[in-house]
Design a protein around this ligand. Structure first.
Ligand code: MN
Length: 288
């Protein structure tokens, strides 16, 4: 497991994304981040061996087993990316806005069924399934629940980058026919819409979240929310101190709409960049 590729793509003095740090303990959380970048997509991440194994899913996950969703494997992300929600500024890799669309826990499932049902497997089995390109797992999230598979596509077409998988819902009690992801458009972490996140000025977000942590049942979610609140409070405090002088000079009014526009016009590369960079590198090598 390495976060070198994650680190190489980012400049941490200009993005609020977390640094490339391997986690020492291995948990089993998952997160789906809605990412409005050059193209809207959903990043599907499973915690394993101190990193988040990651796939970019253009259409997002589905609870309908009839939907086979293309999932492009991307670089491992640090576990602390788990609750990253906010704006990646222009001219950064993946510039745009990021929403924590769903989060929860996952467990690997043995490929060998018992009485026709999938049963939990070990991390070692998960690694083997990943290496083979057929990972079965169970999700227990807020929006996504039940059994899924990530299946790697092989040699389907010339020019394939070899990073294409399919994310498929298995038949179980949690399946939903004609699942429409657009009906679920709020952050599980802050209850904000993507527009609210993109126009984040540090105040609107507090109104849209139900007050009090008592309504959140799952421990992993209340932990993440508490951590997010603490981080925001610190940022606000620091921001208030440094921003007063700068912002008073620059734009005295209408900060929120200006920011929203900015975030929408941000257009650098995103999920295709991994492939494009590889191509560029290959070309370089050839000509060298
Ligand atoms: Mn992304």
């Amino acid at each position: 497991m390495s976060l070198k590729e994650y680190e190489r793509k980012r400049r941490f003095d200009s993005t609020p994304e977390p640094p490339a740090k391997l986690d020492t303990k291995s948990g089993h959380r998952f997160v789906v981040q809605m990412h409005r970048a050059t193209r809207l997509h959903y990043d599907f991440r499973l915690e394993l061996d101190g990193v988040l194994k990651s796939w970019a899913v253009p259409k997002g996950p589905s609870l309908d087993p009839a939907d086979k969703r293309l999932a492009m494997e991307v670089e491992d992300h640090p576990v602390s990316y788990y609750d990253f929600e906010g704006i990646i500024p222009e001219n950064n890799y993946g510039a745009g806005s990021v929403m924590v669309w769903d989060m929860g826990t996952w467990e690997p499932l043995s490929p060998v069924t018992v009485d026709g049902k999938y049963v939990p497997a070990s991390d070692q089995e998960a690694r083997t399934m990943l290496a083979k390109g057929d990972l079965k797992f169970r999700l227990d999230g807020n929006k996504l629940k039940g059994d899924f598979a990530l299946v790697k596509m092989r040699g389907r077409r010339p020019g394939s980058k070899g990073n294409e998988w399919l994310l498929i819902k298995k038949h179980d009690a949690n399946e939903v026919e004609d699942y429409d992801i657009d009906q679920y458009d709020r952050s599980v972490l802050t209850k904000r819409t993507m527009d609210e996140i993109a126009g984040d000025t540090g105040s609107a977000e507090w109104r849209s979240r139900p007050a009090g942590g008592g309504r959140v049942k799952a421990a992993w979610l209340s932990d993440a929310i508490a951590k997010y609140d603490k981080k925001k409070a610190t940022e606000k405090k620091q921001g208030a101190e440094s921003a007063t002088q700068v912002e008073a000079k620059k734009e005295p009014a209408a900060k929120a709409p200006a920011k929203t526009k900015k975030a929408k016009t941000a257009a650098p590369v995103d999920i295709r960049e991994a492939g494009e960079k590889k191509t560029a590198k290959t070309k370089k090598l050839k000509s060298a």
